[in-house]
Design a protein around this ligand. Structure first.
Ligand SMILES: [Mn+2]
Length: 380
């Protein structure tokens, strides 16, 4: 089976992807204990499920998979080394979709100095300092700006595909599942490659898969064990039940948030809606504030005319612009970039796409930023 995306960036990364596959196959051959920590979102879990399927197909069972925050902490290293300690052998660590940031350096240093071999795969902006602790280190930003489109889950599925290719006869059903996971990884992280990779006819299936993956990530357990997730995906009945649970939960949150939706219409015809989306679950629970905002934005588009929706969560603002609002000149990413310059002291960070962006105000400055967004929308 061919790679899902074939372009110059993938070609440049091919040797590194093959090195990951080889090293993981080596661990399978020697039954080296392995743990994988993956970022707790649909991209991260899709990649972890793909790799897990591949190593299990190669008969490897000495493994632990669990989800993670975006930062690898020293206490994570303690926990992880304890988890594989029962096998009393030097472990292989696979860190997926996180952990190449400056905040993770101490955790990586610990893990490395205590004898784990680290394989690190991420697609977020990275620090070169993380590389020294890892025997394999891959990040598409190494190929140039815009690397985040090649999401970590997508790349992990590609590594899993290379591993499955070493198994005669090639297992077609496994390839089909990898393909779905890779597409869900791209689409859920908003990758520009998703449009190319996903046919219109399969879009609904991938959308459902993403919701189930997000729901599985959002379950409040100290760690999400991947066995549960894998068994949900393996059974159509369980998948259907989980999807229905996820939709119920989403509907309840959207209904609760809708009660707080406040819209105003500016003289230029643009509607500007603000909604509080935090407080309907613990941080990290399903659905995320961003997902609730997207769904409220879909509702606010039922009325004709351009509309911008701002979802207020605990720490950040999610901004959504309808197609007509973009056409009228409200490109969310540009608006955020302008505000970052105008309100230097009120904004910590922000960015995104023309249809969806987010901004994190300095604590206490939320209403200043919302007012500035409203001003930008009314002055078009
Ligand atoms: Mn990701």
């Amino acid at each position: 089976m061919a790679a899902l995306i074939q372009d110059s960036v993938m070609a440049a990364m091919a040797p590194a992807l093959a090195a990951f596959a080889d090293r993981l196959l080596g661990a399978c051959a020697t039954k080296q204990p392995l743990f994988c920590r993956f970022h707790s979102d649909a991209d991260g879990i899709a990649g972890a499920l793909a790799v897990r399927a591949a190593i299990r197909a190669h008969g490897h069972r000495k493994h632990v998979f669990h989800s993670s925050s975006p930062i690898y902490l020293v206490q994570d290293a303690d926990y992880d080394l304890e988890g594989v300690g029962r096998w009393r052998e030097k472990p292989l660590a696979l860190l997926l979709d996180f952990g190449q940031n400056p905040e993770s350096l101490e955790g990586l240093r610990q893990l490395h100095s205590r004898g784990a071999e680290i394989l690190s795969l991420d697609h977020h902006p990275f620090t070169k300092d993380a590389q020294q602790f890892c025997s394999l280190f891959l990040n598409p930003w190494q190929q140039g700006p815009g690397g985040s489109a090649y999401t970590a889950g997508f790349l992990a599925a590609e590594i899993a595909r290379l591993m499955f290719e070493r198994m005669p006869p090639a297992p077609q059903e496994e390839f089909r599942q990898l393909d779905r996971l890779a597409k869900a990884a791209l689409l859920s992280d908003g990758s520009g490659l998703a449009v190319k990779a996903i046919a219109e006819s399969e879009r609904a299936d991938i959308d459902r898969l993403i919701i189930v993956l997000q729901y599985l990530c959002g379950r409040r357990a100290p760690d999400l064990r991947l066995n549960t997730a894998a068994s949900v995906l393996a059974s159509e009945e369980e998948f259907g039940r989980t999807y229905a649970d996820a939709i119920d939960r989403m509907d309840a949150c959207v209904r609760a948030a809708l009660a707080n939706l406040k819209c105003q219409k500016f003289p230029n015809g643009l509607r500007f809606c603000v909604v509080k989306v935090a407080g309907y679950g613990e941080p990290g629970e399903f659905p995320s504030s961003a997902t609730v905002t997207t769904n409220i934005h879909l509702k606010s588009q039922e009325e004709p005319g351009p509309v911008v929706t701002v979802g207020i969560s605990g720490r950040s603002l999610s901004i959504r612009a309808s197609r007509e609002a973009i056409a009228a000149g409200f490109r969310a990413n540009e608006v955020v970039e302008n505000l970052k310059k105008q309100l230097k002291n009120a904004i910590i960070s922000g960015g995104g796409h023309d249809y969806a962006a987010s901004v994190r105000p300095v604590p206490g400055c939320q209403s200043i930023v919302i007012d500035a967004l409203a001003a930008a929308a009314s002055s078009l």
